[in-house]
Design a protein around this ligand. Structure first.
Ligand code: NAD
Length: 346
């Protein structure tokens, strides 16, 4: 196989960008099929880009034997059944985060991955592929900050996209599952441990529309990890200045900070507002390169017959933690995780 032939499901906000990456920016991939329940989206992409196959029915796309891989960028509640169906039909699968919106769904996806272990499965935690986060991980592995003991993470969508966030709230799974889940995955990755206990809080401080979904427009959580390390999270929907993603990893001998000012470029503006820098306005802009690199990694894994760094279990773990944080926020209680008991007699 020289090129991986890909079918994509979902051509919305995120799907159209990833379809473009597969079609034009990943040399060893070919976008052969597109699927959305919205017929006009399918027709438009097919006509504009000359894509041979278009479907409004997902299962019909899975019957196409010319395809090698399925990329899933549909709404979060669709992920797990689509993952299972695609793996069982013999395809390699990439799925957007979160893995699922319930633990039962995540376990279904886990079992599908386990019974199709000859297939590549990758979950879209793209921040791990962002050059700055990848560099931070490399510095930690080289020991340059000593032992990492604390991750402090802030992720806030811009106020300018609030209407979309409110529309999306019914299917997002809530702020912890939709947004903090990226930070939870990064904290597990940097601290090399799993969450032992957590407490979360938050509320609707500016946009009460989120309340009907049991969601907040700003939430925070404090977590304790099995290896004794810590993490602090703040996620929100209303940054006035742009898309603010900032991560700090504090070690015993130093600190790494990524993205303190979400600057758009290197230009400093000195004018009657003071001295300032313009900021990026959305995830598409901030993580453009990471989205391409994660899909490139998925395609390379298929061609080189190896497994990616982000596994289905990372998806289950981060979903479990995000769920517990949501419960803690809603019910004002401390959550603790039981360590999984090994089945062996060791
Ligand atoms: N990694 C990230 O940073 C990031 C950023 C944005 C979105 N996402 C994730 O991507 C996913 C999609 O988000 P979005 O903002 O693009 O959503 P969206 O609502 O804009 O688009 C969803 C698309 O899926 C299609 N669709 C819905 N149900 C379908 C079905 N059963 N079969 C086939 N097509 C179906 C819709 O027609 C639409 O084309 C979500 O899971 C979201 O969490 C991840």
């Amino acid at each position: 196989m020289n090129k991986v032939k890909v079918g994509i499901v979902g051509l919305g906000r995120q799907g159209i960008d990833q379809a473009r990456n597969i079609a034009f920016r990943i040399p060893n991939a070919e976008l052969m099929a597109v699927n959305s329940i919205i017929k006009e989206e399918v027709q438009e992409v097919q006509q504009n880009w000359g894509i041979p196959y278009g479907y409004t029915d997902y299962n019909e796309m899975l019957a196409n034997e010319e395809l090698d891989a399925i990329v899933i960028i549909s709404p979060s509640p669709e992920h797990c059944w689509q993952i299972e169906a695609a793996l069982d039909a013999g395809f390699h699968v990439f799925s957007e985060k979160p893995l699922g919106v319930s633990m039962e769904e995540c376990k279904i996806a886990e079992r599908a991955v386990e019974r199709n272990e000859d297939k590549v499965f990758m979950l879209g935690f793209m921040r791990r592929y962002d050059p700055s986060y990848a560099y931070a991980k490399q510095r930690i592995q080289e020991g340059s900050i000593g032992k990492p003991i604390l991750v402090r993470a802030t992720s806030i969508d811009p106020e300018s996209t609030i209407e979309g966030a409110i529309r999306f709230a019914a299917t997002s799974g809530g702020l912890f599952l939709d947004m903090t889940v990226h930070d939870i995955d990064l904290a597990r990755w940097f601290l090399e441990s799993d969450v032992k206990s957590l407490y979360a809080t938050g509320g609707c401080y500016l946009h009460e529309e989120f309340e009907q979904y049991g969601d907040g427009d700003n939430v925070a959580a404090l977590m304790h990890f099995e290896n004794g390390t810590m993490a602090m999270f703040h996620s929100g929907r209303n940054a006035p200045h742009g898309y603010h993603v900032e991560t700090e990893i504090v070690g015993t001998h130093g600190t790494l900070r990524i993205g303190s000012v979400p600057q758009e470029n290197q230009v400093m503006i000195f004018d009657n507002h003071g001295a300032r820098q313009e900021c990026v306005n959305g995830f598409q802009e901030r993580f453009e390169e990471a989205y391409r690199l994660e899909l490139q990694e998925f395609i390379d894994c298929i061609l080189e017959e190896r497994k990616p760094d982000v596994s289905v279990y990372d998806g289950t773990k981060s979903t479990e933690v995000a769920y517990a944080a949501t419960e803690s926020f809603r019910e004002n209680k401390l959550m603790t995780f039981k360590k999984e008991v090994s089945q062996s007699n060791e």
